[in-house]
Design a protein around this ligand. Structure first.
Ligand SMILES: Cc1ncc(COP(=O)(O)O)c(C=O)c1O
Length: 399
């Protein structure tokens, strides 16, 4: 059991803490669920949480990596991943970034005709994967639903003939097809429908080595939420995949690229109550953090369960839990908590994915420290920032 109160005392507040054993448990569960297919690759979507110690843990577990920027590629390499273990799936980046990744030897997936055209003429000796747009609406909300017809992601199905012609003209090998319909997919059938689109398209490409089904595996944010039944989904997908490979005439690699499923539940964001404010309408609990440190509630209207570690009483009071940023900065509205007072430690659950990795220095606030606990040993994996961090790279005249 992690002693969160002891950690906040030792490393100060606010603080991100990750339970490495939880990450292991999720990785093992995923691996096991897909084990009926002999050639499965798990690409950890490192955008979810890219701290190097976390990447190192993923590597130890046997994961590979999905990167979406050149800096992510560099961080993964620094964490010890070979370039072969890194897949680059950018969206709308300048072509120079793609070329830099090619120079490093990383495999590329592209999702736009213009860039595929340039790639085909310049790099026809390097196999390429293509991300398609399956026209399936899936994902927790508008911002994270990315496979529907109006989405900016993926090559529209109507352009596939043009891509095939390009491939033939330039003797380019398409070694993989990819899709990702969204995060937080509550509906298993939507995932399978999108996969079916990929199977149908895949028949038309002769050089495939893999099919990548992205992710979107759902975890529980609320007690009543239904997480993806990963065994069930994996069973359905691998069965269909096996059938596809028989028809295709060759066994391919099955790739998935989870972020949330692997790290969301491992993370807790610990904060301390700075003050409590009663107004005629509401009671506000202010914590020593803001959307610069945990943006999901404000950006995605995401629910993060909150535990008050300082008091062991039944929740009986409604509070708005807010931050100190000088604009709307509400973590939770009308949240039932035990009677909460200044100095209490409040922990936001599910703070492993898209939490620290989306943090910023808005309001010139310093990003918090991070701690990783594995096998009962907790270690600092990122120091709290200082004003020096804010000044780094700035050019100014000293007054
Ligand atoms: C291309 C791609 N793959 C994988 C993921 C990971 O998704 P999730 O965190 O829902 O597992 C994302 C997330 O946005 C993504 O854009």
């Amino acid at each position: 059991m992690i002693d969160y109160i002891a950690l906040i005392k030792k490393y100060d507040s606010p603080l991100y803490v990750y339970d490495g054993d939880c990450i292991k448990k999720q990785f093992v569960a995923l691996n096991k669920a897909f084990s009926s297919w002999r050639n499965v690759r798990i690409n950890y979507a490192m955008k979810a949480l890219s701290s190097v110690a976390i990447l190192q843990l993923m590597k130890q577990l046997g994961s590979k990596v999905d990167a979406v920027s050149l800096s992510e590629i560099k961080l993964a390499m620094l964490a010890g991943f070979e370039v072969k273990a890194i897949s680059f799936t950018p969206n709308g980046v300048p072509f120079s970034e793609i070329e830099a990744a090619i120079t490093l030897g990383v495999h590329i997936t592209l999702d736009n005709l213009e860039q595929i055209q340039v790639y085909a003429t310049k790099y026809s000796d390097k196999p390429l994967a293509i991300r398609i747009k399956p026209n399936v609406k899936a994902g927790g909300n508008e911002k994270i639903a990315v496979g529907h017809k109006d989405s900016k992601f993926g090559v529209p199905l109507s352009q596939l003939a043009e891509i095939k012609a390009l491939v033939n003209d330039n003797k380019l090998k398409i070694d993989g097809l990819h899709l990702h319909t969204g995060s937080d997919i509550g509906n298993e059938q939507a995932f399978l429908d999108a996969a079916e689109v990929l199977f149908q398209i895949a028949k038309n490409f002769n050089d495939l080595q893999f099919l990548d089904f992205g992710s979107g595996f759902k975890v529980k944010y609320k007690a009543a939420d239904k997480a993806t039944n990963i065994e069930h989904l994996a069973d359905k997908l691998t069965t269909r995949f096996s059938l596809f490979c028989q028809e295709y005439g060759r066994d391919l690699q099955l790739i998935i690229e989870p972020g949330k499923f692997l790290v969301s539940e491992s993370g807790q964001f610990l904060t301390t109550v700075s003050t409590v404010k009663k107004t005629d309408e509401k009671q506000f609990v202010f914590v020593d953090a803001g959307f610069n440190m945990l943006q999901r509630p404000m950006f995605y209207d995401a629910y993060h369960h909150i535990i008050n570690y300082s008091i062991d009483e039944t929740p009986n009071t409604y509070y708005d839990v807010v931050g100190y940023i000088c604009e709307a900065d509400t973590f939770a509205k009308d949240r039932l908590l035990p009677p909460t007072k200044t100095g209490d430690v409040l922990a936001f659950q599910n703070a492993g994915a898209y939490a620290f990795s989306m943090a910023s220095n808005y309001n010139s606030r310093l990003r918090p420290a991070e701690v990783l606990c594995v096998d009962g040993v907790c270690k600092l994996i990122r120091k709290r920032e200082t004003v020096g961090t804010l000044l780094e790279g700035q050019v100014y005249n000293e007054l």
